[in-house]
Design a protein around this ligand. Sequence first.
Ligand SMILES: [Zn+2]
Ligand SMILES: [Zn+2]
Length: 255
Amino acid sequence: MLTFRDDAVTAVILGIMQDAGLPHIGCTCARCTAAFDDPARVAYAACLAIVDTRKKRNAEERGEGAELRRETAKVYLVDATPDIKFQLNLLAGVLGTKPQQPTRLRQPDAVFLTHAHMGHIGGLPQLSKEAMFVHDLPLYATPPLCELIQQTRLWSPLVAELDFRPMSGGESVDLGDGLVITAVPVPHRDEWGVGTVAYRIQGPNQSLLYLPDIDSWDEWPEAEATLSSVDVALVDASFYSRDELGGRARWPIRW
Ligand SMILES: [Zn+2]
Ligand SMILES: [Zn+2]
C-alpha cells in the first residue's frame, strides 16, 4: 500500500508493462518464466493515478488564517487495466473505505481512458456488479469510445453504473484548484475508429504528459511542441531492436 504526501497533488505510476503485463500470457521467455515462478517479479500493465490530498478552503474563508478543511482525497485513475484490483489496492490508504461498508474500498473519483485496447479497458468488468460494483462512476473517454462501451451489450450492467463524460481531443476537464486534465489525440492503431488520446495533466505547480501508446512520432506533428510544453512526459516505451520481439509481429501493423 502506498502512502502519499499530505496537502499535495501526486502522480503515481501503478504499472509500466505492455497491455498483458508481466508475465505475459502464453510466453515462455526467460523473463516471463521467472515471473510465473516468482510473484515478486510480476509487473502490472501501464497505469497512472492522480491523487489530490490538498486541504480545501471554503471560498469565503480564503486568505491568511483561514481554517483548512480536510475532505476525502480525490483519486483519479488513468486507464482501467487487467491489473486494476491490485492497482486500486495500492491506493487503499488514500481511497479509504465506503462509509457503510468498512471492508470495501471506496471507488475512485473518476477513470480516464486513453483508448480501447485491452490493457487500457480490460479492468472495466472488474468494476461491475460481480466485483467492485461501482455506482455513478465518472468515466472520461473520447465520444466514440463512450459510445462503443455503451453499445457493447455484454457490458450493459456496468454501463448502467457509469457516468459517461465524453471528452474529445483538445478538450479539458477542470478538477478544481488548478488541476486540469486535457485529452491530446495521438496516432495509434485503432480497430474501432474511436481514437487514442494521451492526457496532459496540469497540476498546481507542474505539468505531466501521460502517453502510454503511440505508433509513430513522425505521424504526430505536434509531438515536439507537446513534449516540450510539460515538465514530465511519460511515454510509450520503444524497442531498441526488432530482435526483442522474439518473432512476434511488429506493431503497429498497418490496417
Ligand atoms: Zn515473455
Ligand atoms: Zn494500444
